[in-house]
Design a protein around this ligand. Sequence first.
Ligand SMILES: NC(=O)c1ccc[n+]([C@@H]2O[C@H](COP(=O)([O-])OP(=O)(O)OC[C@H]3O[C@@H](n4cnc5c(N)ncnc54)[C@H](O)[C@@H]3O)[C@@H](O)[C@H]2O)c1
Length: 316
Amino acid sequence: MKRIQTAAVCGLGTMGHGIAQTFAAAGISVRCYDAAPAARVSLHERIAKNLADFAAAGLVKKKDIPAILKRITVFDNEADAVRGASFVTECVAEDLGVKQEWFARIEALVPESTILASNSSTYPISMSGTTLRHPERAIVTHWFNPPHIVPVVEVVPGPRTSEAVTRTAMALMKRIGKKPVRINMELPGFLVNRIQVAVMREVWDLVDRGVASHEDIDEAVRGTMGFRLAAIGPLEVHDFGGLDIQAKVFQNLAPEIRSSTELPRTIQQLVEAGHFGAKTGKGFHSYTKKKLAEKLTRRDQAFLALLKLLHSPQLK
Ligand SMILES: NC(=O)c1ccc[n+]([C@@H]2O[C@H](COP(=O)([O-])OP(=O)(O)OC[C@H]3O[C@@H](n4cnc5c(N)ncnc54)[C@H](O)[C@@H]3O)[C@@H](O)[C@H]2O)c1
């Protein structure tokens, strides 16, 4: 198994910037590229802000921040960015054509030994990497937002990914402080997003029916399922609750909950109206610029406190 010293990240948006930060914080040099100049120019500033939050939470030493930032280099062309990297991750748009073109382009720029990873939320590597001449070097490493904080990364080899590449990706994720979960078979959406979509279908249906206010739905899920699931897994929750009871609950409720594959009405209307959530100032809730900044700070402080409490390798 080879030890990765230099990584590259292509696409520096919501996910890419946090992934670059995580590599750099673990001592790995990161070469970065984004097609949009604004994403390239703002990269160090965005990561510096994240690192200041980490320092405030005691997860990074303030004195180490300049060295972490120095390990991150931004290039204004893709070929320079991927040169010399032995692990290249794409975090570009969730568009199959864009991903397929990315794999074809990057394969022509790097040696055969370079591992190519996709952060796609839904496309298995056998779909995004169809054009690869060496598919054994390609894999999905699926991070969760915010990637510099959320501990788990799903590692999803395709049928043609080599075992050595899968092991290297698992070892790399562990080395940078993540909790890799190996997925045994390729399924669209892998594992977690399938569960999330199943849950969200019911949440959105309950919104459509006006069962409770948006605020109360958030509060109810957060203060029950969310509270428990931050500490133990869903199968453990059920073991503790009693499988006899849970089996009965399933049988009574499964016929009652939504099973349609049509997008529920409220979310459909919001998206059609251009209300995409925080990024447009309105989704299920509304956000002024000031309120959004406060909410994001509060969210990250809460996530970092949870990380320290439950998942920090130092505290295990
Ligand atoms: N946002 C999430 O919660 C989340 C979670 C897990 C996985 N993902 C996946 O990560 C990937 C990126 O998502 P995001 O939320 O960071 O998107 P984003 O829109 O925030 O960032 C994408 C970035 O990629 C750049 N880009 C687009 N095409 C490019 C190309 N061909 N070459 C170089 N740069 C390019 C864009 O300029 C942009 O800065 C997607 O595949 C998405 O499904 C997203």
